[in-house]
Design a protein around this ligand. Structure first.
Ligand SMILES: [Cu+2]
Length: 227
């Protein structure tokens, strides 16, 4: 299936420009690309609703598509959706990640509630699952790995650390602390080593050479798939 060029470019720049559909109520919504089929690892459609902890199809289910929802709490109150900085990601705030595999690639949506109103955050999919230690989630998930990052992490070369080779989901919370963003890339997630976490950062993501992909401290983490 080929997406209309306009729709695809709209999705590609959604994070930066807020390219959205406006509902009558004025809320912004994002829809999967036409023809894509969301597939719910956590059960049939309708069963994937916000819960105190993230839900998934099973401990070994790779999340190459599906829905994960979580409520951020400090560790060890939650071991799946963890806030590392309660001032920046308040306990009780929520995140939902939807991943759709499409004919042309992968579409990812992040919806959050309960964040600090009007604050700008960085957010990415990372390689490892969350633990009590923010760094344990590892580097960003990259479609084409930055060879230089193997010897000298993290990847800060903008030719690899960019929103076309990684999944970036930066958002700015509205006056109520909510936000919804979406991005699309032209590749599929690895079935064996999918991204295993969403990391929320304290600042928007840099795109400058030498700091590309960095976004300040890791303030929250939600596990998408266990190892
Ligand atoms: Cu990150």
């Amino acid at each position: 299936m080929r997406l209309p060029r306009l729709a695809l470019s709209c999705l590609l720049v959604a994070v930066l420009s807020g390219c959205t559909d406006a509902t009558p109520s004025g809320e912004r919504t994002y829809s999967p690309p036409p023809g894509s089929t969301p597939w719910f690892v956590s059960g049939p459609p309708g069963s994937a609703r916000p819960s105190p902890s993230a839900s998934r199809g099973g401990p070994d289910a790779p999340l190459t598509q599906g829905v994960v929802t979580g409520t951020f709490l400090p560790y060890p109150q939650s071991t799946i959706a963890i806030t590392y900085d309660p001032k920046v990601v308040p306990p009780g705030s929520t995140a939902q990640v939807v991943i759709s595999r499409t004919a042309s690639g992968t579409w990812v949506r992040l919806a959050v509630t309960g964040m600090v109103p009007r604050r700008a955050y960085g957010a990415h999919l990372h390689r490892q699952q969350c633990t009590s230690v923010p760094a344990d989630a590892g580097p960003h998930y990259q479609h084409v790995p930055d060879p230089a990052a193997a010897a000298s992490p993290p990847s800060v070369d903008p030719s690899y650390a960019n929103p076309r080779n990684e999944i970036w989901l930066d958002f700015t919370a509205d006056a109520h602390g909510a936000a919804t963003v979406a991005t699309a890339v032209r590749w599929h997630l690895d079935q064996i080593e999918p991204p295993r976490s969403l990391i929320v950062h304290a600042q928007p993501t840099s795109t400058a050479a030498g700091t590309a992909g960095t976004a300040g401290p890791r303030v929250a983490c939600m596990t998408l798939a266990r190892q």
